[in-house]
Design a binder for this molecule. Structure first.
Ligand SMILES: NC(=O)c1ccc[n+]([C@@H]2O[C@H](COP(=O)([O-])OP(=O)(O)OC[C@H]3O[C@@H](n4cnc5c(N)ncnc54)[C@H](OP(=O)(O)O)[C@@H]3O)[C@@H](O)[C@H]2O)c1
Length: 332
């Protein structure tokens, strides 16, 4: 399988992942020709181009890892060329663009999926299976995030409206995926323009309420705490990118049931000689995507669909609307 990657920064994570999954990476597309050639030469990728059309002509499947604002255009170009597509999160910058992609994918001849690596972390897969027999009352997530842009460009400007506030789409998708639910309403309070800190309540179809705080933090890395609370049980874990460990760490997933705590799944951490856990999650996405494209696997719930990614975009748009109007927004 010949893969083309659009994007020379995070795109390199996919170059490594698809190679590890057994594919050939034959084309790289960037914006600046000199830099793209330099990166392609260093990575041993034969074709370096600034034309998405040229990249599509040389490959069987395309990874879109360009800036969020270009995802819709790049996914459409690849699908128009008859190529399978794996698009980086967030799917788009707005609900409208996401809706347009959902429509486009309905008539596509090749598979199109979205990269949400939380779904590929083994402890979360175990937790999801355990939750499939339970309904949570609340899912409480607190994330401190050093990757969120905190600069305010001009007073009152809504820059990057409905983009993913520095990675919130990851968390929203993981929450929906873990609980197997769809959102029904959103109430939000957002700080900063662009948004750097978000407090969200999201009603889910199961009756669960997601209580999410996502705050820009001066501490390097990404630090998340997840708790699921049911009538007679709770479960949880902590996880994120820890710079001092040079990678992702996820605690063991623990549950409290019948009066006692126990481990549901072992944790994850970077280990010498092994692939870093977030990079391994990308390899797992690549494996599953290749199996989908080759038609060797049944539909795979771990690989996010464009519809699911568009649902995340609806929550983000509704959060902006809720902040503007000061009310709960119902999602149809
Ligand atoms: N899943 C994850 O954990 C994760 C982590 C980080 C980022 N991401 C996602 O990955 C995507 C890329 O992020 P990033 O961090 O690499 O930074 P970015 O600034 O969003 O993307 C930069 C890359 O896009 C290329 N580019 C810009 N305009 C282009 C165009 N018109 N045609 C082709 N390529 C173009 C740039 O090329 P030049 O270098 O030549 O200018 C550069 O390689 C984003 O959607 C981001 O949300 C996901």
């Amino acid at each position: 399988m010949r893969i083309g990657v659009i994007g020379t920064k995070w795109g390199l994570m996919h170059v490594g992942a698809f190679r590890a999954a057994g594919a050939e990476v034959v084309a790289l597309c960037g914006q600046q020709v000199g830099h793209t050639r330099e990166v392609a030469a260093r990575e041993g990728i034969p074709l370096a181009t600034t034309s998405v059309r040229e990249l599509c002509a040389a490959v069987d499947a395309v990874v879109v890892a360009s800036p969020d604002a270009l995802h819709r255009e790049h996914v459409e170009l690849a699908l128009d060329a008859g190529r399978a597509v794996l698009c980086e999160k967030p799917l788009t910058r707005t609900r409208e663009e996401a809706r347009a992609l959902v429509e486009r994918v309905r008539t596509a001849t090749r598979p199109c999926a979205v990269n949400f690596p939380y779904r590929m972390l083994p402890p979360l897969q175990v937790l999801r299976a355990w939750l499939s027999e339970r309904t949570a009352h609340h899912l409480v997530v607190t994330v401190r995030n050093n990757f969120v842009p905190t600069d305010v460009l001009e007073p009152g400007a809504y820059v990057g409206r409905s983009a993913d506030f520095g990675g919130l789409s990851h968390v929203l998708d993981a929450a929906l995926w873990l609980t197997g639910t769809t959102p029904t309403w959103v109430q939000a309070s957002l700080s900063g323009r662009p948004v750097h800190t978000a407090a969200l309540h999201v009603g889910l179809s199961s009756g669960t309420v997601l209580v999410l705080t996502h705050a820009a933090s001066p501490e390097p890395g990404l630090h998340g705490g997840w708790s699921l609370l049911g009538e007679h049980w709770e479960a949880g874990f902590s996880g994120g990118f820890v710079p001092a460990r040079e990678g992702w760490c996820v605690s063991p997933v623990r549950c409290f049931e019948a009066g006692a705590w126990r481990d549901l799944a072992p944790g994850l951490e970077p280990r010498p000689g092994a692939r870093e856990p977030w990079a391994e999650a990308h390899v797992e996405t690549a494996r599953r995507f290749l199996a989908r494209v080759e038609g060797t696997a049944a539909p795979d719930v771990a690989l996010a669909t464009v519809e699911e990614a568009a649902t995340v975009q609806r929550i983000l748009s509704a959060a902006m609307e809720s902040e503007d109007d000061g009310r709960r927004i119902l999602l149809d």
